[in-house]
Design a protein around this ligand. Structure first.
Ligand SMILES: [Zn+2]
Length: 243
């Protein structure tokens, strides 16, 4: 039997294992992954046509298995989070090591958080895995947008960008050109994150909230009033933190 190779087909991906001894094609769905066993001679096109005809059954099996995982009592505030304002389902599992991974083969974007059996403070560890994931998403978005806006605003890049959870601010900027952003922004719509970025970059020129400062903000983010209103009204809903 040849080593399986990951294949992609429409809604799901599968591992194909071919064998000389095998006479028929078979599918196995286990732990939400699909393996297809096939005789050496069957053409891939023929195989995929047959797989597509079975795709309702395959996706039903995958869903059933994810529900098995999902019915565990969820240790965080919710069993889904918002990532850039889009819902993402959370699954909690175990593995040989602690990790997060985005699960394919799901009807909606899904993040699986796995703990190794040795972890004592499970809730804290699930939470820190979730934060690690959100941190990575937000950091790469902010880095990209800061670069773009610095070019537009003819502003030199900040000296550093840090992301933490803050209770009372969305971002900050100091004399050393160090910017911070609130990790909770990872759940906000990208346009709102853009507003916070423009706001902090405008502070590189004006370290105050003067008329000149707001003029600079509005030049590069004209709808800044709607954005501040959104943060005031919706900001508190962004928290996934278990207190
Ligand atoms: Zn400010």
């Amino acid at each position: 039997m040849t080593a399986g190779q990951l294949q992609e087909l429409g809604l799901f991906e599968y591992t194909l294992k071919r064998s000389r001894r095998r006479k028929t094609v078979a599918i196995k769905v286990q732990q939400q992954s699909v393996t297809v066993y096939a005789p050496v001679g069957v053409a891939k096109q023929e195989l995929e046509g047959w797989l597509l005809s079975k795709s309702d059954w395959i996706t039903a099996q995958i869903q059933k298995q994810s529900q098995l995982l999902d019915t565990r009592q969820y240790p965080l505030k919710d069993n889904s989070i918002l990532v850039f304002a889009q819902p993402m389902a959370l699954l909690y599992g175990t593995n040989s090591r602690c990790e997060w991974r985005q699960v394919k083969n799901q009807p909606q974007p899904t993040l699986q958080l796995n703990l190794s059996g040795r972890v004592k403070h499970k809730q804290a560890m699930y939470q820190s895995l979730l934060e690690e994931f959100l941190h990575e998403q937000l950091e790469s978005y902010i880095e990209m947008r800061v670069n773009e806006y610095c070019i537009k605003m003819a502003e030199a890049l900040p000296s550093s960008i840090r992301i933490h959870i803050y209770k009372r601010r969305w971002g900050s900027c100091n004399r050393r050109r160090e910017l911070t952003f609130n990790l909770l922004l990872a759940s906000a719509p990208p346009t709102i994150i853009d507003y916070v970025i423009v706001h902090e970059l405008a502070h590189l020129k004006y370290l105050n909230h003067s008329t000149a400062f707001w003029q600079r903000v509005s030049e590069f983010y004209p709808e800044y009033k709607q954005a501040t209103k959104w943060l005031k009204e919706q900001g508190a809903s962004l928290s996934w933190v278990v207190e």
